[in-house]
Structures are given as C-alpha cells and as structure tokens.
Design a protein around this ligand. Structure first.
Ligand SMILES: Cc1cc2nc3c(=O)[nH]c(=O)nc-3n(C[C@H](O)[C@H](O)[C@H](O)COP(=O)(O)OP(=O)(O)OC[C@H]3O[C@@H](n4cnc5c(N)ncnc54)[C@H](O)[C@@H]3O)c2cc1C
Length: 159
C-alpha cells in the first residue's frame, strides 16, 4: 500500500513504479500503476536504463502525479469539511438536485462530485472546475436557504 511517493524512485537499472512509486491519492491505483509502468517501459526502450535517462524521461510523469495529488489533498479537505456540516451538505445536495432536474443546466457540481467519487479525472482538472463562480454563487444561495429553512419549514421544500 502506497503511503507517499519516495523522493528518489530510480537509480541505474532500477525503477520503482505503481504503489512503490508515485500513485494517485485514494483513487485509481491500477490506472496509476499502468501509467507509470508505461512511462518506465517507454524510457527503458527508447532512451536507456541509466539514472539520467529516468531523470529526464520518467521523472516528469512521476512528478506530475505528485503535483496532482496536492490538488487532490485540497479537494478532499474541502469535501471533508462540507461533510462535517449538515447545513453545507444539504445546500450542496440542493445544488446537485437543481442541476439534475434541469436538462439544460450545466452539470458542474454534479460532475465534480462524480469525478471525486470515481477518480475518473485528474485532481487538477477537477480543481479548475471548482473555480466556476456560478457554482459558488448557487452554493451560497442554497446555504442561506438552508439556514433560513431552520426557522421556516415551508421554504425547506423549495430548496
Ligand atoms: C483492498 C484493495 C482494493 C483496491 N481497489 C482498487 C480499485 O478498485 N481500483 C484501483 O484502481 N485500485 C485499487 N486498489 C489499488 C491497486 O490494487 C494498487 O494500486 C495496484 O495493484 C498497484 O499495482 P502495483 O503493480 O504497484 O502493485 P501490486 O499489484 O501490489 O503488485 C506487486 C506484486 O509484487 C509481488 N511481490 C511483492 N514482494 C515481492 C518479492 N519480494 N518478490 C517477488 N514479488 C513480490 C506481490 O505479490 C504483487 O503481486 C486496491 C487496493 C487494495 C489493497
């Protein structure tokens, strides 16, 4: 089981990939092992098996996963925070519900959550979608409605 990428993942004629190298945070360990195995094989076949070959050709792909995991850590911290508050969880689900009810609406938050659950997408790409100001606005409106709904039971149905 991977508990973090080693700083040095290769030397002459030796390379670490899959769970023993850099892998994706919480998701898609098989996909990451495939990606890094392919990068290692490509380096060995087309460039060589020296430390300098791995440094030049394998390391960029290796580091890309490490950097992507930083975005993943941030995203999981935010989703964990939302899960600690029923107000925020309800508000978030209300935004997803709206997106799903309207066939024309962009499914931004729905797709963000889907990709976080499945690991379908790189964390950096998910992060970029979270910057959509419309989603932030929709969430703020729903959070406000949930808070107001605590005092007004009729408004809860119209979240
Ligand atoms: C319970 C569980 C569920 C998972 N579910 C998913 C999932 O749904 N989707 C997903 O993408 N990933 C999943 N993963 C992660 C995924 O299995 C790993 O990320 C992936 O298998 C890593 O591949 P690997 O080749 O690096 O290592 P491994 O698949 O662990 O292969 C290492 C191999 O080396 C062998 N070995 C170890 N020591 C020696 C030795 N001294 N000499 C010779 N051979 C040795 C082992 O027997 C093993 O066959 C799951 C992991 C676990 C533990």
């Amino acid at each position: 089981m991977n508990v973090g990428a080693p700083k040095t993942a290769f030397t002459n004629r030796v390379i670490m990939c899959g769970d023993s190298g850099s892998t994706r945070l919480f998701k898609d360990g098989l996909g990451a092992a495939y990606t890094m195995g392919k990068a290692a094989a490509k380096t060995a076949v087309f460039h060589g098996v020296g430390k300098e070959h791995f440094q030049e050709d394998y390391y960029p792909a290796y580091r890309e996963l490490i950097v992507d995991n930083r975005f993943g850590k941030y995203l999981f911290a935010v989703t964990d925070l939302i899960k600690t508050s029923s107000m925020m969880t309800k508000g978030m689900l209300a935004v997803v519900n709206d997106e799903q009810q309207d066939a024309e609406a962009p499914k931004t938050l729905s797709s963000i959550l889907w990709d976080m659950f499945t690991g379908n997408e790189r964390y950096k790409n998910i992060f970029l979608r979270t910057l959509d100001i419309k989603v932030h606005f929709a969430l703020l409106v729903k959070f406000a409605k949930v808070i107001a709904g605590r005092h007004d039971s009729t408004s809860r149905r119209n979240l």
